[in-house]
Design a protein around this ligand. Structure first.
Ligand SMILES: C[S@@+](CC[C@H](N)C(=O)[O-])C[C@H]1O[C@@H](n2cnc3c(N)ncnc32)[C@H](O)[C@@H]1O
Length: 271
């Protein structure tokens, strides 16, 4: 044993312990805040007790506007021009493959700058619809479509897909790339979007791991301090899969990265 003064002994033992306790507290708080419907909530005093209500999906989408700003959209565009689609998006595109005889149309929900439509329109897709809650992303997607010469084949809609769904036509391929984790009501979003898929339904969404839960929780702490309604969610993979299968689809591809799962579904009666 080292013969240190007692104050040194306290320092060497107490600081690491305090550090560990702090990390456990942050991790627990993060996991708690990452829980579905707890990330975005409103409190209401009703019949003598407090009730916690999930934040409405509408205010959530309105707040997407203030989060996915012009600056973020331009940054994403520069990154896309320099490096191409993100790794998980590239995986998704590889599975979908070049659009063939049965896949001529795409509906990309929450597609940001439109990497998926840009890539598929360049490889044989006839037309694509992009639905985005952020107008800044839509402007950048349109600008890029102009530059790539396929602006006339890309139709853009601004707003919450769930609210717009009844006005949108079905498409051969429906994609949601890192969108399910941005929406409070997973079941309604998946229900409404799979109903638009004629052949292929393709998703990128977070894996249910402690690392993604802690990450989402920390992001939600930041979002909560920022004051808006937007939150991130780690929805149950089992629940997502169940909603999709209810619509007569089966899983055709599954791959994982550290944070994301890339999954595609086709109709159960497809060869
Ligand atoms: C994390 S970003 C992903 C953007 C792009 N798909 C990507 O992977 O780079 C999530 C996007 O989904 C959009 N979004 C979330 N919920 C939406 C909804 N219900 N309708 C339309 N867009 C939505 C947000 O505006 C945001 O641009």
């Amino acid at each position: 044993m080292l013969d240190l003064p007692s104050s040194c002994g306290v320092t060497t033992h107490v600081y690491p312990l305090l550090g560990l306790l702090f990390l456990i507290a942050v991790a627990s708080l993060s996991c708690y805040l990452a829980k579905v419907n707890m990330g975005a909530s409103q409190c209401q005093f009703e019949s003598g007790r407090w009730r916690i209500e999930p934040m409405s999906c509408c205010s959530h989408c309105v707040d997407a506007e203030s989060l996915f700003t012009q600056r973020i959209a331009q940054r994403d565009l520069l990154r896309y021009r320099k490096y191409g689609p993100r790794f998980s998006t590239r995986l998704l595109l590889r599975v979908i493959g070049p659009p063939g005889t049965h896949a001529k149309t795409l509906l990309d929900i929450g597609g940001g700058i439109g990497a998926i439509p840009h890539e598929l329109l360049a490889s044989g897709l006839t037309s694509a619809v992009l639905v985005e809650a952020s107008v800044a992303y839509l402007h950048v997607a349109e600008e890029e479509a102009n530059r790539r010469g396929h602006r006339k084949r890309l139709i853009c809609h601004h707003g919450d897909f769930v609210e717009l769904a009844s006005e949108l036509a079905p498409a051969d391929i429906v994609t949601l790339d890192r969108v399910i984790c941005c929406y409070p009501d997973m079941e309604t979003l998946v229900d409404a979007s799979i109903a638009k898929a004629k052949h292929v339904y393709a998703l990128v969404y977070p894996r249910e791991r402690w690392i993604t839960k802690i990450g989402a929780g920390l992001v939600n702490v930041f979002l909560r301090l920022r004051g808006g309604a937007f939150r991130t969610y780690i929805h149950s993979s089992k629940a997502v899969d169940a909603v999709i299968r209810r619509h007569g689809f089966r899983r055709s591809f599954y791959e994982r990265t550290v944070l994301w799962q890339v999954v595609t579904y086709v109709r159960s009666d497809a060869p």
